[in-house]
Design a protein around this ligand. Structure first.
Ligand SMILES: *[C@@H]1O[C@H](CO)[C@@H](O)[C@H](O)[C@H]1NC(C)=O
Ligand SMILES: *[C@@H]1O[C@H](CO)[C@@H](O)[C@H](O)[C@H]1NC(C)=O
Ligand SMILES: *[C@@H]1O[C@H](CO)[C@@H](O)[C@H](O)[C@H]1NC(C)=O
Ligand SMILES: *[C@@H]1O[C@H](CO)[C@@H](O)[C@H](O)[C@H]1NC(C)=O
Ligand SMILES: *[C@@H]1O[C@H](CO)[C@@H](O)[C@H](O)[C@H]1NC(C)=O
Ligand SMILES: *[C@@H]1O[C@H](CO)[C@@H](O)[C@H](O)[C@H]1NC(C)=O
Ligand SMILES: *[C@@H]1O[C@H](CO)[C@@H](O)[C@H](O)[C@H]1NC(C)=O
Ligand SMILES: *[C@@H]1O[C@H](CO)[C@@H](O)[C@H](O)[C@H]1NC(C)=O
Ligand SMILES: *[C@@H]1O[C@H](CO)[C@@H](O)[C@H](O)[C@H]1NC(C)=O
Ligand SMILES: *[C@@H]1O[C@H](CO)[C@@H](O)[C@H](O)[C@H]1NC(C)=O
Ligand SMILES: *[C@@H]1O[C@H](CO)[C@@H](O)[C@H](O)[C@H]1NC(C)=O
Length: 364
């Protein structure tokens, strides 16, 4: 072997990655920076540089009691670490097992060939630790982050349109991915769930829900729940939600008459529509073309016997209610009385006649 140049992998994980947001800084405080150096004694080091710098994450977030996979990393006996990548293919993907808070740190991997054998070494807290571009930072959290929900369309969706809702939950430990479940699922929904690589080669579980929006889904709060199995007594469950705002023309338009008894009545035109603040109501008397009123409620007197209906309209369309028939209770009540009176009179007359007839017979 002619190769004698020792080369450090340039992992190029910059610490100003999106993950090192202020949210996570509390962990950085008590950090004892340690490094695992892996250096290659290889002639074609430049190519190794290029390959690995392109595929490794800058920061990974791990969960206590679970594991974390670092795409392109290493197997050390003093840590529960296992290299799952094939080194001959320049793949140093490594899994850190049984993560504790103590694993929060920056790691630097170094691989040497000593007497023709690869030897990984672990150098904690070196002065070169400041060279953050060569480290991968593992951020350990005690509870997982809530899943991320994304709608394929803006929040306001027309009814009957097809919507794609995705829920993604980070899966830092590929052998213990989170399971995803949904609640308040729309009627027509179909769901597919899969483990997917993200551009930085870390993985997430993605669950896609595709459905045709119904007006019944308006203001429905769809919840996505991710459950992480862990080597700790408790699993961890986190959830995210999204509230649908559906746009639709008036539905279920109908009339309510209040009170149910009495001469003065109020007819109210009820409907469901979205947006509901720009609703127009129009009242008609059946058989007449011209509207009788333009408001939600009208007051009528039961003596105004007729059929009435209303239409509700918003910018997406309009709908008419069924007719309601106003009947004059007092008049129908009177006619009943008249009929009863007549029948009673007739009955009395027959009785009386019978009586007289009997009397007449006896007298003879
Ligand atoms: C790395 O892991 C393999 C497989 O688990 C094991 O055989 C090997 O001894 C480990 N190497 C070190 C240095 O721990
Ligand atoms: C590296 O190894 C890991 C674990 O075996 C594997 O999942 C991944 O696909 C490999 N990466 C490449 C680039 O081959
Ligand atoms: C992780 O810890 C559990 C006990 O907490 C142990 O049974 C298991 O072997 C450990 N796994 C590894 C890979 O070290
Ligand atoms: C973290 O490290 C400290 C000292 O090294 C040790 O006392 C403690 O038990 C460790 N905690 C965990 C959760 O491993
Ligand atoms: C830091 O790295 C330089 C080369 O990059 C090396 O000469 C020096 O010895 C290293 N310092 C330590 C403490 O490892
Ligand atoms: C929903 O998203 C998935 C994944 O991106 C895609 O395969 C599918 O075609 C999408 N469906 C619709 C209706 O946009
Ligand atoms: C785990 O479960 C135990 C008892 O079942 C409970 O006391 C503890 O608070 C739980 N921890 C978390 C983080 O939920
Ligand atoms: C929905 O998520 C928001 C934060 O995004 C939260 O404040 C709210 O409590 C959640 N609602 C439900 C019903 O889970
Ligand atoms: C019926 O309504 C009229 C006005 O619409 C009102 O003047 C009258 O007092 C009401 N009568 C009853 C019994 O409520
Ligand atoms: C109902 O209408 C009739 C005729 O239109 C009127 O005579 C009567 O006073 C009205 N009753 C009420 C309570 O408004
Ligand atoms: C409601 O009625 C008003 C006045 O007639 C009109 O300007 C407006 O455009 C109507 N709105 C709808 C949604 O039909």
């Amino acid at each position: 072997m002619k190769c004698t140049v020792m080369v450090f992998w340039t992992l190029l994980w910059l610490l100003y990655s999106p993950m090192s947001s202020p949210l996570r800084t509390p962990m950085a405080g008590n950090q004892i920076t340690s490094f695992i150096f892996i250096s290659f004694v290889l002639g074609q080091a430049h190519s190794a540089d290029n390959i690995f710098s392109a595929v490794m994450p800058q920061t990974v977030t791990a969960l206590t009691g679970s594991c974390v996979q670092i795409p392109s990393t290493f197997n050390f006996s003093n840590f529960h670490i296992k290299m799952t990548g094939d080194l001959s293919e320049r793949n140093c993907t490594t899994v850190f097992y049984n993560i504790t808070m103590n694993h929060s740190d920056r790691y630097y991997f170094r691989l040497e060939i000593v007497a023709g054998v690869f030897r990984p070494t672990f150098n904690p807290n070196t002065a070169n630790s400041s060279d953050s571009s060569k480290t991968v930072k593992i951020i350990v959290r005690d509870s997982p982050q809530p899943p991320e929900l994304k709608l394929s369309k803006p929040q306001y969706v027309m009814e009957e349109s097809t919507v794609n809702l995705s829920c993604s939950a980070e899966a830092p430990c590929p052998t213990q991915p989170p399971t995803i479940s949904w609640s308040n699922i729309p009627e027509s929904a179909s769901i597919t769930t899969q483990l997917q690589d993200k551009p930085d080669k870390t993985q997430s579980v993605f669950s896609y829900m595709t459905f045709k929006v119904s007006y019944k889904d308006h203001r429905k709060n769809i919840i996505c729940t991710a459950t992480y199995p862990r080597n700790t007594p408790n699993d961890s469950t986190v959830e995210g939600n999204v509230t649908l705002q559906v746009l639709f023309p008036p539905k279920e338009t109908h009339i309510i008459i209040t009170p149910s008894v009495g001469t003065n009545v109020t007819l109210t035109c009820k409907t469901k529509a979205s947006p509901s603040n720009e609703l127009n109501y129009t009242w008609y008397k059946r058989g007449e073309e011209t509207p009788i009123a333009w408001r939600k409620k009208i007051n009528l007197n039961r003596t105004q016997t007729a059929s009435y209906y209303c239409t509700a309209q918003n910018k997406h369309g309009k709908q008419s209610s069924e007719d309601v028939q106003l009947t004059d209770d007092s008049q129908s009540g009177f006619s009943h009385l008249v009929i009863h009176g007549c029948t009673g009179g007739l009955f009395a007359f027959v009785l009386l006649s019978a009586g007289f007839f009997l009397l007449y017979e006896v007298n003879i």
